[in-house]
Design a protein around this ligand. Structure first.
Ligand code: SAH
Ligand code: SF4
Ligand code: F3S
Length: 449
């Protein structure tokens, strides 16, 4: 590798996956990853547009990169600076106007064209913009993953969103829903397993809306895909995220009961517990429908751990609406969750709504909501103390002699172990719970220290 590539990734897991694919596509033209932007020949910021703060981070990072680029130039070198991802898609050429340090702006659907875009930037001295939604399928043109080194991996199977929740930019930044075909997903999964991966998380903005081409002219659901991938030898664990309540079919719920490789953990965002707000958000279901769905899922897999996303302070949200959200959280009980203050996003219908909520009200509601969610998370972790859980070990902990892995419920678990447990699934006795993790001892005594 003669040239150095620095990639910084913001936002969701799909961006993490995309950054790995960009690394793979740039390797054949001589770019190797560096952890240090100082001396990079190509800097890519893979950005997120979901909330105002996420988008603003890009501009502050560009401010930090500018002197590095100038320094390199004054030493006779050259640094190309690129903005990729959802801010690139949403703001396009505006980014180059606002931050002249940027040479290239390209959206998530163009990563297979990167070698050509980089060549153009080198030749023309910057000014490259590509935010098309090309007709060709980028997945057909991206090389097989080669940058994989861990025992867990992400695999994007679906992109885009047709749901148009009134607060959300994703349908605009990622475009219409698109599902990859089963054969290409299976090929990629097998390559990952051959490289040592034991757990794959299937990704999509609306992963359970997956409808991909199966053998012949058949169209496969996520349930069929999971059942099929579970047959791959050496693929011990499957997860998928993010799911929409409206696409949580009985067939998919049954997979949680019938396919042991599918882990008992489900991220099922509800956003709010108030029917009025759910309606204004265009979520397409009521709070009680969500409760009934959760009951059905727990009937199929009683130990399933549930997680969610919440937005507080959506326009028009009253104290009473907010109370409804707290009530729903108490009814469902989550093992963990993410929560955010509503952030006005340009171009989304939410921005035009009257009754935007004051910042201090959003902050108070968020604190109260997070307190409740945190209590539930701690209670969930504490309920695991004394249990024996299979843990997939992913790496070393912060303390010497410590290994870290994940439980089926996605909790980080650390144990003291003499041997390197990387890549092993071991039964672990949980002895203590912290708010964000568990500590345990291996059930076979000879390797514990
Ligand atoms: N596809 C997923 C979520 C994608 S975005 C779904 O349908 O649930 C991840 C989370 O960011 C959302 O679930 C939502 O809670 C949050 N989010 C999205 N837009 C937001 C906004 N404008 N303000 C605050 N939070 C937002
Ligand atoms: Fe955004 Fe709603 Fe689509 Fe999720 S379902 S990506 S929140 S528009
Ligand atoms: Fe952000 Fe784009 Fe993901 S807006 S959350 S990086 S799909």
């Amino acid at each position: 590798m003669s040239k150095k590539l620095f990639i910084k990734t913001y936002g969701c897991q799909m961006n993490v996956y995309d950054s790995e694919r960009m690394t793979d596509v740039l390797a054949p033209i001589g770019y190797g990853v560096t952890e240090d932007p100082d001396d990079a020949d190509l800097v890519i910021l893979n950005t997120c547009h979901i909330r105002e703060k996420a988008a603003e981070k890009v501009y502050s990072e560009l401010g930090r990169i500018r002197p590095l680029k100038e320094q390199k130039q004054s030493n006779g070198g050259r640094m190309l600076v690129a903005v990729a991802g959802c801010v690139a898609q949403a703001e396009g050429a505006e980014i180059m106007r606002r931050a002249p340090v940027v040479d290239m702006v390209f959206g998530p659907q163009t990563y297979h064209r990167l070698p050509e875009l980089v060549a153009r930037a080198v030749r023309d001295g910057g000014g490259v913009l590509d935010t098309d939604f090309p007709v060709e399928d980028k997945f057909d043109h991206l090389p097989e993953p080669t940058s994989q080194t861990g025992v867990t991996a992400f695999l994007t199977i679906q992109e885009g969103c047709d749901k148009f929740c009134s607060f959300c930019v994703v349908p605009y930044t990622r475009g219409a829903e698109f599902s990859r075909d089963v054969a290409s997903i299976e090929k990629e999964a097998r390559a990952l397993v051959a490289a040592g991966v034991r757990e794959i998380t299937l990704l999509g903005q609306n992963v359970n809306a997956y409808r991909g081409q199966g053998p012949g002219d058949s169209s496969w659901s996520l349930a069929q895909l999971l059942t099929h991938l579970a047959k791959i030898d050496g693929l011990d664990r499957l997860r998928y995220t993010t799911s929409h309540p409206r696409d949580m079919t009985d067939e998919l719920i049954a997979v949680h009961r019938d396919v042991p490789q599918v882990m008992p953990y489900l991220h099922l965002p509800v956003q709010s517990g108030s029917d009025r707000i759910l309606d204004a958000m265009n979520r397409g279901h009521s709070a009680d429908e969500y409760r009934r769905l959760v009951d059905k899922i727990r009937m199929a897999r009683p130990d399933i751990a549930l997680s969610s996303d919440f937005i507080v302070g959506f326009p028009g949200e009253t104290d009473r609406d907010f109370e409804e959200t707290l009530r729903l959280i108490r009814d469902v009980t989550y093992s963990q969750a993410f929560s955010f203050k509503y952030s006005e996003r340009p171009g989304t219908p939410g921005t035009a709504l009257p009754q935007q909520i004051e910042e201090h009200v959003k902050a108070e509601r968020l604190t109260e909501l997070q307190k409740l969610l945190n209590e539930q998370q701690i209670a969930f972790n504490q309920a695991c103390v004394g249990a024996k859980l299979p843990v997939l070990f992913e790496g070393k902990g912060r303390k010497p002699g410590q290994s870290i892995g994940r439980s089926p419920y996605l909790q980080p678990v650390h144990v003291a172990a003499k041997n390197d447990l990387f890549g092993e699934i071991r039964d672990t006795q949980v002895v203590a719970a912290l708010s964000n993790s568990l500590s345990g001892t291996l059930c076979t005594s000879e390797v514990t220290s």
